[in-house]
Design a protein around this ligand. Structure first.
Ligand SMILES: [Zn+2]
Ligand SMILES: [Zn+2]
Ligand SMILES: [Zn+2]
Length: 263
């Protein structure tokens, strides 16, 4: 009991100390990567030049997705953040369907695209929570789109967290989300909730499981291999890869570069 109280008090204090500190890293990170005038050039700073399309009548969206998280060897303090932070940088280039003509239609299609590739963004490594030392069970995507640019562009910041609904890590996410919304002019991604809707039995599977069966058994996790085509999404067996083929296709075809920052 006393031990639990002590741990609670420490967690609370860490919460107080860390909350005002953390956003500075995140604000800086977001500011450096997205902000300068929201012109197209800075968004492409670390990408290769756009390859000429074989299909001249198609419009491809240039998407930079950055997946954040940690692993058990990372320091349990602010040193884990900053320019060398553990992350996965992805370049995705999906073709916009001809039916998406207006700005609203393009944004709607991109929202759907991001939703469709959720499993691929999550099940690609044994991710631990970006903010603490627990395994990651959920991802939260913070997206910004610029569909009027040529080519249309989007950025997605994907956060692996232990719990996106309640607790200190969920609180960090909401602070970050608010800051990003304020600076980018895009609406916030997360609802301001502290209520746990999920039942304990419904805790989502960890990132380090198969993208199809999501089997938490160690034996299944030890067999995970990345899809040979995109080298991203992980499966425990060829059977699982086959069964997920129709869902995964959209992401698989869009992935152009997979760059791990995994020191
Ligand atoms: Zn956490
Ligand atoms: Zn499987
Ligand atoms: Zn693939």
């Amino acid at each position: 009991m006393l031990g639990a109280l002590f741990r609670g008090a420490v967690a609370f204090l860490i919460g107080i100390v860390k909350l005002p500190l953390l956003p500075l890293h995140l604000i800086r990170r977001f500011w450096l990567q997205t902000s300068p005038g929201v012109t197209p050039q800075p968004l492409l700073q670390d990408s290769e030049t756009l390859s000429p399309s074989d299909d001249a009548d198609k419009t491809f969206v240039e998407i930079k997705a950055i997946v954040y998280g940690s692993c058990p060897t990372d320091p349990d303090n602010d040193d884990r953040f900053g320019p060398h932070q553990r992350r996965l940088e992805l370049t995705l280039r999906p073709a916009l369907p001809a039916s998406a003509k207006t700005k609203e239609e393009k944004i709607k299609w991109l929202d759907r695209f991001f939703w469709r590739i959720s499993r691929d963004m999550k099940h690609n490594r044994d991710w631990y929570c970006e903010f603490c030392t627990d395994e990651a069970h959920e991802i939260v995507k913070m997206n910004a789109t610029w569909v009027r640019l040529t080519p249309p562009m989007a950025k997605s910041y994907i956060h692996n967290v232990c719990d996106a609904e309640t607790g200190t890590c969920a609180e960090y996410l909401r602070i970050m989300d608010k800051e990003m919304a304020r600076m980018s002019g895009h609406p916030p991604t997360l609802a301001p909730t502290k209520t746990k809707f999920r039942k304990e039995s419904k805790i989502p599977p960890t990132s380090g499981t198969c993208a199809f069966c999501r089997n938490p058994d160690e034996e299944s996790r030890a067999r995970l291999t990345a899809c040979p085509k995109c080298n991203l999404t992980r499966y425990c067996s060829p059977a699982c890869r086959r069964l997920d083929k129709s869902r995964h296709k959209m992401c698989c075809e869009a992935v152009k570069e997979v760059k791990w920052h995994w020191p």
